[in-house]
Every structure is written in C-alpha cells, then in structure tokens.
Design a protein around this ligand. Structure first.
Ligand SMILES: [Zn+2]
Ligand SMILES: [Zn+2]
Length: 174
C-alpha cells in the first residue's frame, strides 16, 4: 500500500464516522503517513504551517486521529509524541529516549515482544484486569552519546597527560 492509498483509507475511515475531510486534515494525515519519527504537536505545526495549518487545528486533529486509532500517543519526558499506529506492523514496541541528545529509539524484536506478552498474561491473571495496550518508555544514554563521552574522556585524559608532562619538564628544568 503506498502513501496515497494509506491517506485515502484513513480519510475514508474518518468520513465514515462523520468527520469532514478538510485540507488541513489531509495534510496532517500525510505527514503522519510519511514520517518515521515521533512527532510533537509543535513539530507538526512547524511542518504544516506553510500550508495554512494552525496550532489549534493541529491539536484538534490529533484528538480525532487518536480517538479513531490512527495515531498513538507516547509520553516521554513530560512531552507528548504522536506516531502512526494504523498500518503499523510494530503494534507493540518499546520506546527509549536518550537524556543527552533526546533521540527516540524503538525496540520491537520478537524477544522483547514475547516477554511483554508473558508479563501481560501474568498481570492479567494476578489482577484480573483486561490489558489491551502496553506502553513502556525507557530513558538513559544512547550508544552514540556514550561513545562521544568516551572519546571526550579519552581526550581529557590526554590533556591531563600533556599538562603533567609540561609540569614535569618545568620541574626538571628548575
Ligand atoms: Zn544520545
Ligand atoms: Zn514509536
């Protein structure tokens, strides 16, 4: 299914529920279908305002799309992010946000998936609740920030070495 097919399917779903297919709505839907990122309302606004979409329109459409199960809300670091959930094969996935660079990663391998299902079954059995969604957000330092930090530490070490050498040389000179 290509982008256009997905957009028209979403619009068909919305109009079948009595929502109008406005130009702004189509632009926002297109953004979600094409984006692989997790978008904040302000980002959606920045990316669509040149087409005349206002911030209140963004919020209104987020509400509608969320209610219709087209997009998914993820809260990370007190911010709300949205991603396309319709047509997504990664129904169940875990999010990770780096505290240093802010990038968001997703984990969705089958190992994690199976473990989550097991935990869900366990919780359902113990508490007798019906769970239909699992949302998990992890935070920490991503691998590239960790590598950068390592490089920084190494170069600090070299600077220390160098200054010690200068000091030693100065002392020797005296
Ligand atoms: Zn990072
Ligand atoms: Zn995600």
């Amino acid at each position: 299914m290509d982008v256009e097919d997905k957009i028209s399917r979403i619009i068909k779903l919305l109009t079948s529920k009595g929502y109008k297919a406005t130009a702004s709505r189509s632009i926002i839907i297109k953004l979600f279908v094409e984006s692989t990122e997790h978008l904040r309302p302000e980002q959606i606004y920045l990316l669509t305002k040149e087409h005349g979409v206002s911030l209140p329109t963004v919020y209104r459409n987020i509400d509608v799309l969320k209610k219709m199960g087209v997009i998914n809300e993820v809260i990370m670091n007190n911010s709300r992010y949205y991603e396309l959930s319709m047509f997504s094969k990664k129904k169940l996935h875990m999010h990770f946000q780096c505290k240093v660079c802010g990038q968001i990663k997703e984990y969705s391998d089958s190992h994690i998936f199976n473990e989550l299902i097991e935990q869900r079954d366990y919780v359902e059995e113990i508490f007798n609740d019906d769970i239909d969604d699992i949302m998990m957000v992890m935070s920490g330092i991503c691998s590239s920030c960790k590598n950068n930090k390592q490089l920084e530490d190494d170069s600090n070490l070299h600077t220390e070495d160098a200054s010690r050498e200068i000091l030693e040389n100065t002392l020797a000179y005296k």
